[in-house]
Design a binder for this molecule. Structure first.
Ligand code: NAD
Ligand code: DAU
Length: 373
């Protein structure tokens, strides 16, 4: 990679922490994580790259010594706080920003859309303003090299029927408060590029899975419910289709786009791993039957419970990643079958990570149900 100093917003989240681990460990970059530490922020996910959550997290920019010989810094801050964001840019002097901070769970957006609008829309606008102010202070060469990369979702495109794929030209048609807020933030990023000349990049990715995934999302929720012997909630008939990508393959795509993507462009990220939700749940059950058989000999599938559907549930997502593959040479390293096995094994081996979340933050209760007249 050409650039070496990165701000990563949302770096204590699922994908953000995978990106930070890769940047620090594999690319030897210097990283400033900016994260508010909402319920979804888990700084323990950065222990592998030397973060001590008890000692290393600061709330004030001035408390961070960027001259210290270390590669990972952590600012606990809200991206809506434009002054603190501006101070962070000025003090850290990044070559690029990976913007991942967001409210990310569709079900929670149904229960309470306000926080999604605040963080995903207003927060992105404020971060763009802070980045623009900093960018204007740079030399012409540094301005040209700078990147503001927005990490977005395929959900902005809405839903597909039985066939077809999302391309970068698919019109936006979001349905949930979450996807509408992400669509808005994508438009803001394009507006800052077109209006002010800020060199931006947008990536729209399909469903990620892998280690350190917060257990409100389908795959970790199912794994932990299996281990607890609890019902496995499948929305509707389990026929909705998602296109699953192992998180490290997403991270590789993000770094490639950052290095080689053309400013102002959008890249779709997905690895052609479409599965119905029922297939996903059955796969997890079968792997656990093998790796952690139930004491009474019964199959995990016997725990499957079909429950009321998610309101406005998109039927099918599927990404056409041709642009990313042909223009930038990206290729995912894992299929769903290899990645899901590794993921289940990771949860079996790492209860130190998920057990405190399960006991103190979120125990698997149903989210996102409303009555519609
Ligand atoms: P996550 O919920 O695991 O993590 C989000 C992080 O953002 C948390 O650490 C949280 O503390 C932080 N955050 C939230 N509000 C903040 C604020 N106001 N200021 C600063 N930090 C704040 O999310 P994720 O699954 O890792 O997703 C990361 C990004 O990737 C999101 O923008 C999401 O829309 C996008 N995305 C996710 C997926 C997926 O499958 N998970 C797929 C495509 C795109
Ligand atoms: O497509 C990318 C998106 O993928 C990201 O932008 C989001 O941030 C991310 O959360 C994810 O959204 P989904 O809504 O697809 O993910 P979730 O894990 O919540 O649900 C996956 C599918 O499983 C979805 O069709 C709903 C269903 N589901 C989910 C849960 C939590 C169930 O059937 N049962 C459940 O308990």
């Amino acid at each position: 990679m050409m650039t070496k100093r990165f701000i990563v917003t949302g770096g204590a989240g699922f994908i953000g922490s995978a990106l930070v681990r890769h940047l620090v460990r594999d690319l030897e970059a210097t990283v400033l994580v900016v994260d508010k530490l909402t319920y979804a922020g888990v700084p323990e996910s950065l222990k592998e790259v030397g973060l001590d959550p008890a000692a290393d997290i600061q709330s004030e920019v001035a408390a961070l010594d960027f001259t210290a010989p270390r590669r990972l810094f952590f600012l606990k801050a809200d991206i809506c706080d434009v002054e603190r964001m501006s101070a962070a840019f000025a003090a850290f002097h990044p070559d690029a920003v990976f913007h991942l901070a967001a409210e990310s769970h569709v079900d929670r957006s149904i229960d309470g859309p306000g926080e999604f609008i605040r963080t995903n829309v207003t927060g992105t606008a404020n971060l763009l303003q802070a980045a623009l102010g900093y960018w204007r202070t740079l030399s012409a060469d540094a301005q040209e090299a700078f990147r503001f990369q927005h990490i977005s979702t395929d959900e902005v495109y809405g839903t597909l029927g039985e066939t077809g794929f999302f391309t970068e030209k698919t019109p936006y048609s979001p349905h949930s408060p979450y996807s509408a807020s992400k669509a808005a933030s994508d438009h803001l990023v394009r507006a800052w590029a077109d209006t002010y000349g800020l060199p931006t990049l947008i990536t729209n990715c399909s469903n990620n899975y892998g280690p350190y995934h917060f257990p409100e999302k389908l795959i970790p929720l199912i794994i932990l419910n299996c281990l607890d012997g609890k019902p496995l909630p499948v929305y509707g008939k389990g026929a909705n289709v998602r296109d699953w990508l192992y998180v490290d393959d997403h991270v590789a795509a993000l770094c490639l786009v950052n290095e080689k993507g053309a400013p102002g462009e959008t890249y779709n990220v997905g690895g052609h791993n479409e599965r119905t939700n029922l297939e996903v749940v059955q796969t997890v059950c079968r792997i656990l039957d093998e790796l952690r058989p139930r004491p009474d000999g019964s199959k995990y599938e016997s725990l499957i419970a079909f429950v009321a559907d998610r309101p406005g549930h998109d039927l099918r997502y599927a990404i056409d990643p041709t642009k990313l593959m042909t223009e930038l040479g990206w290729k995912p390293a894992r299929t769903f079958d290899t990645g899901i096995r590794e993921t289940v094994q990771w949860y079996l081996d790492n209860d130190w990570w998920w057990r405190p979340i399960h006991e103190q933050k979120y125990a698997g209760q149903r989210l996102g149900t409303i009555k519609r007249n």
